[in-house]
Design a protein around this ligand. Structure first.
Ligand code: HEM
Length: 160
């Protein structure tokens, strides 16, 4: 594994970084550019429908990158032998952050799917309550966790 990692190190790190860019950057643009703009739409039905549709597109785009991120992380754990170095605690911290971000993402996907169903049934209040938590709490939480993971990654890359 270590020889393969040395051979493809640039590609592995590139895929890791680009995945973080798409995942975290996608949530920042949704949360702080698209969402405030959608909020201006007056009709509640249209507003909630647009938010739900944009979230569906965002989640579809980020999901493959979330998987690439963990695959490249595992390759780096093995390739650098991180578990046997002084960086093992921080490496476990990044694994925990990825797991929390992943669970949060799955819950967001489930809430959005539920909201979509409610919108089709004309239950706007229900759909609003499903989507509200995503915008107010779950997206900002994942951005914060992502930034923490990126900071630890920067520490790693400046230490190796
Ligand atoms: C799953 C556990 C993870 C492990 C074991 C891990 C491991 C690493 C390692 C070893 C590096 C340094 C690569 C090098 O310079 O050769 C790195 C960099 C990086 N990681 Fe992670 N990572 C994990 C999760 C994440 C997550 C969840 C994110 C963000 C969502 C992330 C974002 C980054 C970024 C942006 C860099 C590049 C930093 C720089 O080059 O300055 N990582 N990671």
């Amino acid at each position: 594994m270590q020889e393969i990692f040395v051979e493809y190190k640039t590609l592995v790190v590139f895929l890791h970084v680009i995945s973080a860019v798409v995942w975290v950057g996608g949530m920042v643009s949704m949360g702080y550019a698209a969402h405030p703009s959608f909020i201006e739409i007056e009709s509640p039905a249209k507003r909630l429908e647009r938010i739900s549709h944009a979230l569906k597109r965002l989640f579809t785009i980020v999901l493959p990158f979330v998987i690439i991120l963990i695959i490249t992380a595992i390759i780096m754990i093995k390739g650098y032998g991180l578990s046997y170095t002084k960086y093992s605690t921080l490496s476990h911290a990044k694994e925990a952050i990825w797991s929390l971000m992943f669970i949060n993402l799955i819950v967001m996907i489930k809430r959005r799917n539920r909201a979509d169903k409610m919108l089709n049934e004309g239950n706007f209040a229900g759909a609003k309550s499903q989507l509200e938590l995503i915008g107010k709490f779950m997206v900002p939480l994942n951005i914060l966790l992502g930034i923490t993971a990126i900071f630890i990654g920067s520490y790693f890359s400046s230490s190796f």
